[in-house]
Write a protein that binds this ligand. Structure first.
Ligand code: GLP
Length: 236
Protein backbone atom coordinates (compact mmCIF):
# COMPACT_ATOMS: atom_id res chain seq x y z
CA UNK A 1 0.00 0.00 0.00
CA UNK A 2 1.27 3.46 -0.92
CA UNK A 3 -0.26 6.43 0.87
CA UNK A 4 0.17 9.97 -0.39
CA UNK A 5 -0.88 12.49 2.24
CA UNK A 6 -1.56 15.76 0.50
CA UNK A 7 -2.04 19.29 1.80
CA UNK A 8 -5.32 20.15 0.09
CA UNK A 9 -8.21 18.84 -1.98
CA UNK A 10 -6.61 20.49 -5.01
CA UNK A 11 -3.41 18.52 -4.45
CA UNK A 12 -5.36 15.29 -3.98
CA UNK A 13 -7.11 15.92 -7.28
CA UNK A 14 -3.87 16.67 -9.13
CA UNK A 15 -2.03 13.65 -7.75
CA UNK A 16 -4.95 11.31 -8.45
CA UNK A 17 -5.35 12.68 -11.99
CA UNK A 18 -1.62 12.28 -12.64
CA UNK A 19 -1.76 8.63 -11.54
CA UNK A 20 -4.72 7.99 -13.86
CA UNK A 21 -2.99 9.88 -16.68
CA UNK A 22 0.19 7.84 -16.21
CA UNK A 23 -1.84 4.64 -16.44
CA UNK A 24 -3.54 5.76 -19.68
CA UNK A 25 -0.28 6.99 -21.17
CA UNK A 26 1.39 3.64 -20.52
CA UNK A 27 -1.66 1.66 -21.69
CA UNK A 28 -3.84 3.73 -24.04
CA UNK A 29 -6.59 1.05 -24.10
CA UNK A 30 -6.86 1.03 -20.32
CA UNK A 31 -10.04 -0.29 -18.72
CA UNK A 32 -10.72 2.35 -16.13
CA UNK A 33 -13.06 1.74 -13.21
CA UNK A 34 -14.68 5.00 -12.13
CA UNK A 35 -16.45 6.32 -9.06
CA UNK A 36 -18.97 9.06 -8.36
CA UNK A 37 -19.47 11.20 -5.24
CA UNK A 38 -18.05 14.64 -4.58
CA UNK A 39 -14.48 13.43 -3.97
CA UNK A 40 -13.45 12.57 -7.56
CA UNK A 41 -14.96 15.71 -9.10
CA UNK A 42 -11.66 17.63 -8.83
CA UNK A 43 -9.74 14.67 -10.23
CA UNK A 44 -12.07 14.56 -13.22
CA UNK A 45 -11.61 18.30 -13.71
CA UNK A 46 -7.84 17.77 -13.87
CA UNK A 47 -8.26 14.94 -16.37
CA UNK A 48 -10.39 17.23 -18.55
CA UNK A 49 -7.62 19.85 -18.41
CA UNK A 50 -4.93 17.33 -19.40
CA UNK A 51 -7.14 16.18 -22.26
CA UNK A 52 -7.76 19.76 -23.42
CA UNK A 53 -4.03 20.51 -23.34
CA UNK A 54 -3.45 17.53 -25.62
CA UNK A 55 -1.52 15.59 -22.96
CA UNK A 56 -4.02 12.80 -22.43
CA UNK A 57 -5.90 10.77 -25.01
CA UNK A 58 -9.07 8.87 -24.07
CA UNK A 59 -9.89 7.62 -27.57
CA UNK A 60 -9.06 3.98 -26.76
CA UNK A 61 -10.03 4.02 -23.06
CA UNK A 62 -12.99 1.98 -21.82
CA UNK A 63 -14.70 2.84 -18.55
CA UNK A 64 -16.83 0.88 -16.12
CA UNK A 65 -18.53 2.70 -13.28
CA UNK A 66 -18.94 1.15 -9.88
CA UNK A 67 -22.60 1.71 -9.25
CA UNK A 68 -25.93 3.31 -10.07
CA UNK A 69 -29.17 4.07 -8.23
CA UNK A 70 -32.16 1.88 -9.03
CA UNK A 71 -35.14 3.60 -10.62
CA UNK A 72 -33.37 6.85 -11.55
CA UNK A 73 -33.33 7.40 -15.34
CA UNK A 74 -30.01 8.16 -17.08
CA UNK A 75 -31.08 11.72 -17.92
CA UNK A 76 -32.05 12.48 -14.31
CA UNK A 77 -29.63 14.95 -12.70
CA UNK A 78 -28.94 12.61 -9.80
CA UNK A 79 -28.27 9.46 -11.78
CA UNK A 80 -24.65 8.41 -11.79
CA UNK A 81 -24.77 8.18 -15.59
CA UNK A 82 -25.73 11.87 -15.68
CA UNK A 83 -22.98 12.67 -13.15
CA UNK A 84 -20.34 10.94 -15.25
CA UNK A 85 -21.49 12.54 -18.51
CA UNK A 86 -21.46 16.00 -16.98
CA UNK A 87 -18.37 15.75 -14.83
CA UNK A 88 -16.16 13.88 -17.27
CA UNK A 89 -17.33 12.11 -20.41
CA UNK A 90 -18.89 15.10 -22.20
CA UNK A 91 -15.64 17.04 -21.88
CA UNK A 92 -13.06 14.51 -23.10
CA UNK A 93 -12.42 12.63 -26.34
CA UNK A 94 -13.86 9.34 -25.11
CA UNK A 95 -16.21 7.33 -27.33
CA UNK A 96 -19.55 7.33 -25.42
CA UNK A 97 -19.99 3.69 -26.53
CA UNK A 98 -16.90 2.85 -24.46
CA UNK A 99 -18.43 4.21 -21.23
CA UNK A 100 -20.40 1.86 -19.02
CA UNK A 101 -22.60 2.43 -15.98
CA UNK A 102 -24.93 -0.24 -14.58
CA UNK A 103 -28.51 0.28 -15.77
CA UNK A 104 -30.58 1.00 -12.68
CA UNK A 105 -33.71 1.19 -14.87
CA UNK A 106 -33.35 -2.36 -16.16
CA UNK A 107 -36.59 -4.36 -15.87
CA UNK A 108 -34.69 -7.40 -14.69
CA UNK A 109 -32.08 -6.14 -12.25
CA UNK A 110 -30.61 -9.59 -11.69
CA UNK A 111 -29.92 -10.01 -15.42
CA UNK A 112 -28.44 -6.53 -15.49
CA UNK A 113 -26.01 -7.51 -12.71
CA UNK A 114 -25.00 -10.60 -14.68
CA UNK A 115 -24.60 -8.56 -17.88
CA UNK A 116 -22.35 -6.08 -16.07
CA UNK A 117 -20.08 -8.78 -14.64
CA UNK A 118 -19.80 -10.40 -18.06
CA UNK A 119 -18.96 -7.03 -19.62
CA UNK A 120 -16.10 -6.56 -17.16
CA UNK A 121 -14.78 -10.05 -17.70
CA UNK A 122 -15.06 -9.64 -21.50
CA UNK A 123 -12.87 -6.56 -21.05
CA UNK A 124 -10.38 -8.86 -19.34
CA UNK A 125 -10.95 -7.06 -16.04
CA UNK A 126 -10.20 -3.58 -14.80
CA UNK A 127 -6.71 -2.09 -15.09
CA UNK A 128 -7.19 0.75 -12.61
CA UNK A 129 -10.17 1.19 -10.31
CA UNK A 130 -10.82 4.60 -8.77
CA UNK A 131 -12.63 4.52 -5.42
CA UNK A 132 -14.00 6.98 -2.91
CA UNK A 133 -15.05 5.94 0.57
CA UNK A 134 -18.35 6.46 2.36
CA UNK A 135 -18.51 7.52 6.02
CA UNK A 136 -19.48 3.98 7.01
CA UNK A 137 -16.62 2.50 4.98
CA UNK A 138 -18.65 1.63 1.90
CA UNK A 139 -16.94 1.36 -1.47
CA UNK A 140 -19.13 1.63 -4.53
CA UNK A 141 -22.37 0.84 -2.74
CA UNK A 142 -21.00 -2.16 -0.85
CA UNK A 143 -22.49 -1.38 2.53
CA UNK A 144 -21.38 -2.77 5.92
CA UNK A 145 -22.63 -6.35 6.09
CA UNK A 146 -21.97 -9.76 7.61
CA UNK A 147 -20.14 -10.94 4.52
CA UNK A 148 -18.44 -9.48 1.46
CA UNK A 149 -20.74 -9.62 -1.58
CA UNK A 150 -18.68 -10.89 -4.50
CA UNK A 151 -20.21 -9.81 -7.78
CA UNK A 152 -22.47 -7.04 -9.07
CA UNK A 153 -25.64 -7.04 -7.02
CA UNK A 154 -28.68 -5.08 -5.89
CA UNK A 155 -28.14 -3.42 -2.54
CA UNK A 156 -30.51 -1.87 -0.01
CA UNK A 157 -28.82 1.38 1.00
CA UNK A 158 -28.17 2.02 4.68
CA UNK A 159 -29.96 4.97 6.26
CA UNK A 160 -26.58 6.66 6.87
CA UNK A 161 -25.79 6.48 3.13
CA UNK A 162 -29.27 7.75 2.21
CA UNK A 163 -28.78 10.64 4.66
CA UNK A 164 -25.27 11.42 3.36
CA UNK A 165 -26.45 11.44 -0.26
CA UNK A 166 -29.60 13.45 0.49
CA UNK A 167 -27.56 16.63 -0.02
CA UNK A 168 -27.81 15.99 -3.75
CA UNK A 169 -31.60 15.50 -3.74
CA UNK A 170 -34.56 17.80 -3.05
CA UNK A 171 -35.23 15.91 0.18
CA UNK A 172 -34.14 12.75 1.93
CA UNK A 173 -37.37 11.08 0.75
CA UNK A 174 -36.25 11.51 -2.85
CA UNK A 175 -33.05 9.48 -2.34
CA UNK A 176 -33.42 6.02 -3.90
CA UNK A 177 -33.37 3.18 -1.39
CA UNK A 178 -31.70 0.68 -3.68
CA UNK A 179 -28.73 0.63 -6.02
CA UNK A 180 -26.70 -1.66 -8.23
CA UNK A 181 -23.05 -2.00 -7.34
CA UNK A 182 -20.00 -3.94 -8.43
CA UNK A 183 -19.13 -6.48 -5.76
CA UNK A 184 -16.02 -6.68 -3.63
CA UNK A 185 -14.49 -9.52 -5.65
CA UNK A 186 -14.81 -7.52 -8.88
CA UNK A 187 -13.25 -4.46 -7.26
CA UNK A 188 -10.45 -6.53 -5.72
CA UNK A 189 -9.75 -8.16 -9.10
CA UNK A 190 -8.76 -4.77 -10.53
CA UNK A 191 -5.04 -4.82 -11.25
CA UNK A 192 -4.54 -1.46 -9.53
CA UNK A 193 -6.72 0.46 -7.10
CA UNK A 194 -6.63 4.19 -6.43
CA UNK A 195 -8.53 5.25 -3.31
CA UNK A 196 -9.09 8.95 -2.85
CA UNK A 197 -10.39 10.63 0.29
CA UNK A 198 -10.67 14.23 1.32
CA UNK A 199 -11.98 16.05 4.38
CA UNK A 200 -11.49 15.69 8.14
CA UNK A 201 -14.84 13.88 8.29
CA UNK A 202 -13.21 10.96 6.40
CA UNK A 203 -10.19 10.65 8.71
CA UNK A 204 -11.61 8.13 11.20
CA UNK A 205 -13.12 5.81 8.62
CA UNK A 206 -9.99 5.95 6.47
CA UNK A 207 -7.86 4.94 9.47
CA UNK A 208 -10.23 2.08 10.30
CA UNK A 209 -10.24 0.94 6.68
CA UNK A 210 -6.47 1.02 6.19
CA UNK A 211 -5.21 -0.01 9.62
CA UNK A 212 -8.12 -1.66 11.46
CA UNK A 213 -9.33 -5.26 11.29
CA UNK A 214 -10.39 -6.53 7.88
CA UNK A 215 -14.14 -6.99 8.20
CA UNK A 216 -17.22 -6.74 5.98
CA UNK A 217 -18.52 -4.30 8.60
CA UNK A 218 -15.98 -1.86 7.09
CA UNK A 219 -16.09 -2.89 3.42
CA UNK A 220 -13.08 -0.73 2.45
CA UNK A 221 -10.91 -2.64 4.94
CA UNK A 222 -10.67 -5.45 2.37
CA UNK A 223 -8.44 -3.13 0.33
CA UNK A 224 -5.60 -3.91 2.77
CA UNK A 225 -5.41 -7.28 0.99
CA UNK A 226 -4.88 -5.74 -2.44
CA UNK A 227 -1.32 -5.89 -3.72
CA UNK A 228 -1.39 -2.62 -5.69
CA UNK A 229 -3.35 -0.09 -3.64
CA UNK A 230 -2.55 3.61 -3.81
CA UNK A 231 -4.27 5.99 -1.40
CA UNK A 232 -4.28 9.72 -2.08
CA UNK A 233 -5.78 11.68 0.76
CA UNK A 234 -6.05 14.91 2.67
CA UNK A 235 -7.95 14.19 5.86
CA UNK A 236 -6.21 16.40 8.46
C1 GLP B 1 -21.53 7.35 -2.84
C2 GLP B 1 -20.87 6.49 -3.93
C3 GLP B 1 -19.48 6.05 -3.53
C4 GLP B 1 -18.70 7.22 -2.99
C5 GLP B 1 -19.37 7.73 -1.74
C6 GLP B 1 -18.63 8.87 -1.07
O1 GLP B 1 -22.27 6.63 -1.94
N1 GLP B 1 -21.65 5.35 -4.26
O2 GLP B 1 -18.84 5.47 -4.66
O3 GLP B 1 -17.38 6.84 -2.69
O4 GLP B 1 -20.66 8.19 -2.13
O5 GLP B 1 -19.02 10.08 -1.62
P1 GLP B 1 -18.30 11.47 -1.38
O6 GLP B 1 -17.07 11.44 -2.22
O7 GLP B 1 -19.28 12.48 -1.87
O8 GLP B 1 -18.02 11.56 0.08
Amino acid sequence: MRIYRMESYQEVSRRAANIIAAQITLKPDTVLGLATGSTPVGTYRQLIELNKQGDLDFSCVKTVNLDEYCGVPADHEQSYRYFMNHNLFNHINIDPANTNVPDGMAKDLQSECERYDKLISDFNGIDLQVLGIGHNGHIGFNEPDDCFEKTTHVVELKQSTIDANSRFFASVDNVPKRALTMGIQTIMAARKILLIASGADKRKILERALFGPITPQVPASVLQMHNDLTVVCCVD
